[in-house]
Write a protein that binds this ligand. Structure first.
Ligand code: FES
Ligand code: FE2
Length: 376
């Protein structure tokens, strides 16, 4: 999806310039010291390289001929071309311009032209930890020493021999990540989905922040749409309530532990976010019967249901958040009229985590300056 110039819009304030909670939430980044889903594992074959952007930082992600994924700064040390424009040679990444080659440690290891009697320059690009889980490639864009301590969320239903079927969906929306979090966990927007009715008559029964999580529970009728409603096993599953959580920086929902989803955000910049949705169910029946659809068959069911039901439903959210982004940029100083307490907590957590990150970065920069002086 292309960035669109907004007629009548003014440049939104930066986080430092933000004058109120909404402006702060809409300009906050996401803490890089977490694992972020960036691409499907199957999207990258051996010998391929792509660009991935995490909050303005461009990363070259490639798969060597040995099948291993590697990620490094997307900037050739020579004249700063993006390495994602280059080629994978064995397990090296080669810049397209003069052919300088980098190894998996990010070290410049080969220059294929004359060196003019000079020694080989010593250059090392930043590398990023990478892993694959749930069919997605995850990158740790922050301090690599924290990568082992931080975990990708455990989803036991999606691992092991008896794992549930899941066919992920993704979208790239021209909207700030905080707008997407407000959208996916706040059920005051049932009107938007009046055609599909994924949740109706929602009444908030819990809304609280505990640590880095905001818990939101609703009494609501889940999946009452004309088509999806036929497939839901209402005898076995309580479809009158749903729990949701903004588990920073991720989001999930659960209906009686049988209808679940995770939402993984990749913040690209302040008005563009890629979002991966993983839906998985153990509550789907053959319509007009009580026969449960076994998990082995669910992959095929989801391959049909995703484009017919789930994708059109989520696309309505995409249209809404992109329109909200335009509205925000056009009316930056309009009064804030937000009545959902859940949205207040989501925005508060986003701001709090970004402030913590900025404070950490400032402290680190200060320590580096002090270390430099003490060396002298
Ligand atoms: S710019 Fe990359 S090798 Fe020259
Ligand atoms: Fe929605």
């Amino acid at each position: 999806m292309k960035d669109i110039a907004i007629k009548g819009a003014t440049t939104p304030p930066t986080f430092e310039q933000a004058k109120n909670r909404r402006q702060k939430a809409r300009s906050a980044g996401m803490d890089p010291d977490y694992w972020y889903a960036v691409e499907y594992d199957l999207a990258l074959k051996p010998g391929q390289v792509i660009e991935v952007i995490f909050w303005h930082t461009s990363i070259a992600l490639y798969r060597g001929q040995d099948g291993q994924l590697r990620a490094l700064d997307n900037r050739c040390a020579h004249r700063h071309l993006k390495l994602s424009l280059g080629q994978v040679d064995g397990n090296y990444l080669v810049c397209n311009y003069h052919g300088w080659a980098y190894n998996e440690a990010g070290e410049l290891t080969r220059i294929p032209h004359e060196l003019f009697n000079k020694p080989m320059p010593v250059c090392k690009l930043q590398i990023y930890p990478v892993q694959v889980r749930y069919g997605l490639i995850w990158i740790f864009p922050g301090n690599p020493t924290l990568a082992e301590k931080r975990q990708i969320p455990d989803i036991p239903e999606l691992e092991g021999d008896n794992r549930w079927a899941c066919v992920p969906l993704d979208f790239t929306w021209n909207a700030h990540h905080s707008m997407i979090i407000d959208n996916v966990s706040d059920f005051t927007h049932a009107h938007l989905h009046r055609q599909y009715r994924p949740f109706t008559d929602a009444k908030l029964t819990r809304c609280e922040q505990i640590g880095d999580r905001v818990y939101v529970d609703y009494n609501t009728k889940v999946g009452t749409g004309k088509v999806f409603g036929l497939f839901v096993d209402r005898k076995r599953v309580n479809t009158n309530a749903m729990k949701l959580c903004y588990e920073y920086p991720y989001q999930w929902s659960s209906t009686d532990n049988q209808i679940k989803h995770w939402c993984f955000l990749l913040p690209i910049n302040s008005r563009k976010t890629r979002v991966f949705f993983l839906f998985y169910f153990d509550a789907i029946i053959v319509p007009f019967t009580s026969l449960r659809i076994p998990q082995w068959l669910m992959t095929y069911v989801l391959k049909i249901a995703n484009p017919l039901l789930i994708k059109p439903l989520l696309s309505q959210d995409g249209v809404a958040v992109e329109a909200e982004q335009i509205g925000y940029e056009t009316h930056l100083d309009a009064p804030i009229i937000e009545i959902s307490p859940a949205v207040h907590l989501f925005q508060q957590l986003t701001i709090q985590k970004w402030e913590e990150h900025l404070a950490k970065s400032e402290k680190k920069a200060l320590c580096q300056v002090e270390a430099k002086f003490s060396d002298c």
